[in-house]
Design a protein around this ligand. Structure first.
Ligand SMILES: Cc1cc2nc3c(=O)[nH]c(=O)nc-3n(C[C@H](O)[C@H](O)[C@H](O)COP(=O)(O)OP(=O)(O)OC[C@H]3O[C@@H](n4cnc5c(N)ncnc54)[C@H](O)[C@@H]3O)c2cc1C
Length: 487
């Protein structure tokens, strides 16, 4: 353990108590990565504060000694944003799990950052409300992590990402000051500092209390599955649905290879011979949902759907979603190893980008299965390869990187929802010019002049830029436990 960290330990114990400071090597090792296990480092020390005062005291101590700190929620991130530092303090929010208030009159909840996303919905459900952003990891991921990553989910097409649901924040700045941004009121004057903080990946401080908007639970939910010969035909149906003024809560698509994988893994029973399936979910007042479902079915048929199924019943809806929810883990059945990519393009660019991905795949001999949030152009290409074959990993990494270049070329982004972290920091210069990156850095320095808050994340750092993207083998442990689906 580097000396500057060792020297802090007695004072960290005085702040968090003996059981709130982890120094044992084996125990520290359990925090060595987030869900992107390819990037790993044993933290210098781990602290488990129980409240804002303890977080602020720990951060002040770090600032006084110039020691870096890394915030961590549940560690489900997929971009190595919570990757620890051996010369730093890992500040984990797992003991900050209180729901302070469910305020139905103001349709909001006030929670600590370690609260799991789904626990807000569980607490609000008896009142007929829920928390809308729904990452597939929602059973375990923390609201603090959601705020830091501006997390999304299948239903963010209609309801927006985390940024659209955060009303107020209490933040410990990298200098150790406790500040409040926003509150229960829908709008605050001045610069949108909540907007700056949401998605800042732990680089602007630690959120210690979060006020989120609650959404009224819909009267009716209906799910439509449509099978097409090609993704182009499915894409045409998506454009027609949106152009008709229908706003589904979710629009998801899978191509032939991902359907094949899901079929092998969970026998989802999707229509045989489908080159693409589209899942469209509608919610709202029963009369609207019925009317819009009829429009969706008609538009799908006009775009060439050869089979359509629809369900209102929760069990039947779950059967439709089964293949989609298993798709990521399922490709482990058809490939020994794969890279999960996350990029986004304007919805209208989807057909061209998919064609170009197919060309890349044909040229390189690397198969790519496409699963995506078609409604908002968020692609999750799964780049498949055999890691026993010499050179295959390198070719897969090249294809994976080229897909991000395609996203940028089409006016999109290198990440749709998983964040930049360490993993994609090196791709930032492909998307932003030196003056943009400089402006980001100046914003960061305005909050953190010493550069101690989650260093080397989000913005490019030359040393890390020689590393390859992460590779996944087999099922993710959270998926295996039934605690989440990679979506
Ligand atoms: C099976 C699976 C499915 C997933 N599905 C989705 C999905 O559908 N949509 C999606 O968007 N993501 C998804 N993810 C990614 C991940 O769950 C989200 O990014 C989530 O928001 C991370 O939350 P966490 O608590 O695990 O954060 P961590 O991984 O612990 O940290 C993530 C980042 O947040 C920072 N951070 C954590 N807490 C705080 C805080 N209190 N204040 C400031 N910074 C903080 C960390 O420093 C780090 O940069 C999935 C992951 C898995 C493993």
């Amino acid at each position: 353990m580097p000396e500057p960290v060792r020297a802090l330990i007695p004072r960290l114990r005085a702040i968090c108590g003996d059981d709130g400071v982890i120094t044992d090597t084996a125990q520290r090792r359990t925090y060595e990565s987030d869900a992107l296990t390819y990037h790993a480092a044993v933290p210098g020390v781990v602290v488990l504060p129980t409240g804002t005062e303890q977080v602020a005291a720990v951060v002040r101590l770090c600032a006084e000694h110039g020691v870096p700190f890394v915030p961590r929620g549940a560690g489900t991130g997929l971009s190595a944003g919570a990757l620890p530092r051996d010369d730093g303090v890992l500040v984990t929010t797992s003991r900050m799990r209180r729901i302070h208030e469910i305020d139905i009159d103001n349709a909001c909840a006030v929670v600590e950052p370690g609260v799991a996303n789904l626990d807000i919905t569980r607490a609000a459900a008896p009142h007929g409300y829920y928390y809308a952003p729904d990452p597939s990891s929602q059973q375990v991921c923390s609201v603090g992590g959601n705020v830091a990553e501006n997390s999304g989910g299948a239903h963010c097409l209609k309801y927006g990402f985390t940024a659209n649901h955060v009303l107020g924040l209490e933040v410990v700045t990298p200098g150790g000051e406790v500040v409040r941004l926003g509150g229960k009121a829908p709008e605050a004057p001045g610069y949108d500092l909540i907007g700056a903080f949401v998605g800042s990946e732990g680089t602007l401080g630690i959120a210690t209390e979060i006020t989120v908007r609650l959404t009224r639970a819909p009267e009716r939910v209906s799910t439509v599955l449509a099978a097409f010969a090609t993704t182009d035909a499915g894409g045409a149906a998506v454009s027609a649905i949106i152009a008709a003024g229908v706003l589904p809560s979710a629009v998801e698509m899978m191509d032939a290879l991902s359907i094949e994988a899901a079929e092998q893994a969970v026998a989802c029973g999707y229509p045989k011979g489908a080159g693409a399936v589209l899942i469209v979910e509608l919610d709202g007042p029963a009369s609207d949902v019925e009317a819009y479902a009829a429009v969706v079915e008609r538009l799908c048929r006009e775009a060439g759907a050869f089979e359509i199924r629809a369900a209102d019943d929760p069990d039947e809806r779950a059967r439709i979603w089964k293949g989609r929810k298993s798709a990521f883990a399922a490709v482990g059945r058809i490939s020994p190893a794969y890279i999960v990519q996350d990029g986004v393009v304007p919805r209208t660019a989807l057909p061209d980008v998919l064609r170009r991905i197919a060309e890349l795949s044909a040229r390189s001999g690397i198969r790519v299965a496409n699963v995506f949030h078609a409604g908002d152009g968020n692609l999750h290409p799964l780049v498949l390869f055999d890691d026993a074959e010499p050179g295959a990993a390198e070719r897969a990494a090249e294809v994976s990187g080229a897909i991000l270049d395609l996203c940028i070329e089409h006016g999109g982004s290198i990440t749709g929802e998983h964040g930049v972290g360490v993993d994609k920091a090196c791709h930032m210069p492909a998307m932003f010019g030196p003056s943009d990156l400089d402006a980001f850095d100046r914003l960061r320095r305005a909050f953190d002049p010493q550069g101690i808050a989650n260093p080397e994340k989000l913005l490019p750092t030359p040393r890390l830029c020689g590393e390859r993207p992460a590779v996944r083998k087999g099922e993710h442990p959270l998926v295996a436990e039934g605690a989440g689906d990679v979506f």
